[in-house]
Write a protein that binds this ligand. Structure first.
Ligand code: NAP
Ligand code: MG
Length: 398
């Protein structure tokens, strides 16, 4: 069999710990035998980020703008313990944060569903993709612990000095205060990424806020989404046979619980933080959750939603056997390869992505899986595979 050729490179961002080990296995056993892989390689492993003063992360993000599609391995976000462990020059920022800031994107998280790993919510038949607006609101809030009686006001001073003032509260005793903001630019980018990705994946888009209570703040989100939809996406949605659906956040939550799934749920920052954890745990496992960063300009970066699985890596270093689930990392590759194939009209590459996903799902559904899934599956007589065996089993099927 001749290998599939690629015309344009994929941006490949290598990472850390156990996922770095899986990364190499996936390339060696599942990709390289079938594709003449053309990637522009960036080593985002912490050692190399430290050696390059984190320049490599910026370069990788810029390359994503150049080529349009990237695939990323999980990476360590340094904390105090990592400073010592890796003898770091600085506590480098989260690579995902840096990349997101450069691409101005929205993260879409989707569970990979297989027979035998049943969602906790009985009605869910198809995946629910959550899009979280990752800027502002309470995450960029300023707060005051009000010590005692006094007047709190919201004041905006324009560049020319004119002011807008609102009384927040006349305190007659101690209390608390919070100021938060968002920007029109960020909300617009969020809306565009959501509409783009809905079209891309041919799924309905749901969006919800509390605009009845928050008549200016939340209402602005609602208005901007509607305006962009009407002006730029309405016709495209109609042609694609998909819908944009807006409702109140509490109504959305109630409907989600009774739905079949199969749509994208766009959430404001806090809603997305909370709801993504609920949805991912109800679908079964963090190890089965994919993640894609979509920029409003249409750049895509695919990865697994989980981290570097540090605990398994330390076992691996001690020479002990691990059973780490590589499914989300495999799907990061298939997502990126499929998108690359679509952009380049490379049908073979698109088909390969489909086949690799099918082989992965079939392997699990026929009873070979890693330990995390074996613990929650409804299938009987499963074979628990170690990290390498699982990938080899997929290769066999492929
Ligand atoms: P984690 O790597 O997601 O792992 C947490 C636990 O979840 C694991 O110990 C394991 O449970 C289970 N798990 C996650 N992925 C799994 C998989 N593929 N297969 C089997 N089990 C899996 O989170 P963490 O340990 O809190 O973070 C480790 C490092 O990852 C940190 O340095 C953090 O900064 C980084 N991180 C990176 C990203 C990213 O790059 N996108 C995201 C999150 C975290 P058991 O131990 O019970 O088996
Ligand atoms: Mg959360």
């Amino acid at each position: 069999m001749s290998k599939i050729e690629m015309t344009t490179p994929l941006v490949e961002m290598d990472g850390d710990e156990m996922t770095r080990i899986l990364w190499k296995m996936i390339k060696d056993d599942l990709l390289s035998p079938f594709i003449n892989l053309k990637t522009e390689y960036y080593d985002l492993g912490l050692e190399h980020r430290n050696a390059t003063d984190d320049q490599v992360t910026f370069d990788a993000a810029e390359a994503t703008k150049k080529y349009g599609v990237a695939v990323k391995c999980a990476t360590i976000t340094p904390n105090a313990a990592r400073m010592d462990e890796y003898d770091l020059k600085e506590m480098w920022k989260s690579p995902n944060g840096t990349i997101r800031a450069i691409l101005d994107g929205t993260v879409f998280r989707t569970p990979i569903t297989v027979k035998g790993i049943e969602p906790t919510v009985r009605t869910w038949k198809k995946p629910i993709t959550i899009a979280r607006h990752a800027y502002g609101d309470v995450y960029k809030g300023v707060e005051i612990k009000v010590p005692g009686a006094g007047k709190a006001e919201l004041v905006y001073t324009a560049e020319d000095g004119t002011q807008i003032k609102e009384l927040i509260h006349d305190f007659d005793g101690a209390g608390i205060l919070q100021g938060m903001h968002n920007t029109e630019g960020s909300i617009r980018s969020f809306a565009k990424s959501c509409f783009t990705y809905a079209l891309d994946t041919k799924q309905d888009l749901w969006f919800a806020t509390k605009d009845t209570i928050s008549k200016k703040y939340d209402h602005t989100f609602k208005d901007i989404f509607q305006e962009i939809y009407d002006a730029e996406y309405k016709e495209k949605f109609e042609t694609a046979g998909i819908e944009y659906f807006y409702t109140l956040i509490d109504d959305a939550v109630a409907r989600v619980m009774k739905s079949e799934g199969g749509y994208i749920w766009a959430c404001k920052n806090y809603d997305g933080d909370v709801m993504s954890d609920m949805v991912s745990s109800a679908f079964g496992s963090l190890a089965m959750m994919t993640s894609v960063l979509v920029s409003p300009d249409g750049y895509y970066e695919y990865e697994a939603a989980h981290g570097t699985v540090q605990r398994h890596y330390y076992k691996h270093l001690k020479g002990e056997e691990t059973s780490t689930n590589s499914v989300a990392t495999i799907f990061a590759w298939t997502g990126a390869l499929r998108k690359r194939g679509e952009l380049d009209s490379n049908e073979e590459l698109v088909k390969f992505a489909d086949r690799l996903e099918r082989a992965t799902i079939d392997t699990i559904e026929e009873g070979t899986m890693t330990k995390d899934l074996a613990l929650i599956t409804t299938l009987k007589n499963v074979k628990v595979a170690n990290s390498g065996e699982f990938i080899k089993a997929i290769a066999e099927k492929l």
